[in-house]
Design a protein around this ligand. Structure first.
Ligand code: DC
Length: 231
């Protein structure tokens, strides 16, 4: 009998490559894919659009509780993995803008925001076989997941990869500014009081400093296969 639900969690710091990896894994396994970072980005964007001060925890929490967020498979072939619809508007690319980027770590540290997002994520997790990517998926959101993965790399290696990615996309950036920004985000993500970034005790740790994307994918795919937990 085929199992109806099966959960793979994939956590790790910013720019560790987990979104690319998670999306590919989901595609190959024919699982649903959810990058939970987009939810925190959507809350941040919703607050900005409503002129809510992102330092005002109570108001930002209210925004998170009241926003209408819909995430479904991509309907536009422009490189997106999902359509992100916020209050009826397609914000798939808007949530990647610097204004959101600069404030999302702070917004995602608010307790009420996390409670609201965790609830939505668990609802998603109950929809079927899923690869869910984030910071606290294996520890808090889906602690009973069948497979938990934690993808790490040194901050210097992540900065190098992110810098090259930006330059290749024609963006203006310096390695030092990318490195500083990642250090700032790492610090907020791992030192916050609620659901900080950390591997679950039973997570498989993957350090990708000396592995390319293909090697990381092969390692994980083999791991999933070997465990033969998937029908
Ligand atoms: O992965 P990302 O850069 O899109 O995440 C955006 C922000 O959301 C980042 O500051 C970490 C936060 N986040 C979180 O706190 N918990 C998650 N499960 C996913 C993302």
């Amino acid at each position: 009998m085929e199992k109806k639900s099966f959960t793979i969690t994939l956590d790790g710091p910013a720019a560790s490559g987990k979104s690319t990896l998670g999306e590919r894994l989901a595609q190959v396994l024919n699982f649903i894919y959810l990058d939970t970072g987009v939810m925190y980005r959507a809350v941040t964007l919703a607050a900005i659009k409503k002129n809510v001060d992102v330092n005002d925890e109570m108001m930002v929490t209210k925004v998170a509780e009241e926003m209408d967020l819909d995430i479904h498979p991509a309907t536009v072939a422009d490189g997106r993995s999902n359509d992100i619809i916020l209050d009826g508007e397609d914000v798939t690319w808007e949530i990647r803008l610097p204004d959101v980027e600069g404030n999302v770590s702070q917004v995602s540290a608010y307790k009420g925001v996390r409670v609201a997002m965790t609830e939505m994520q668990r609802e998603f997790g109950s929809r079927g076989k899923i690869v869910m990517v984030g910071r606290d998926i294996g520890t808090v959101v889906l602690p009973d997941a069948e497979i938990k993965l934690y993808l790490d790399a040194s901050v210097e290696e992540r900065a190098k990869r992110r810098y090259l990615e930006l330059i290749n996309r024609g963006k203006v950036a310096t390695y030092d500014s990318v490195l500083d920004d990642l250090k700032r985000r790492d610090n907020i993500d791992s030192s916050r009081a609620i659901a900080p970034l950390r591997p679950a005790d039973d997570a498989v740790m993957i350090d990708s400093d000396h592995m390319n994307a293909e090697e990381v994918f092969d390692f994980i795919y083999k791991f999933v296969e070997e465990h033969q937990k998937i029908d």
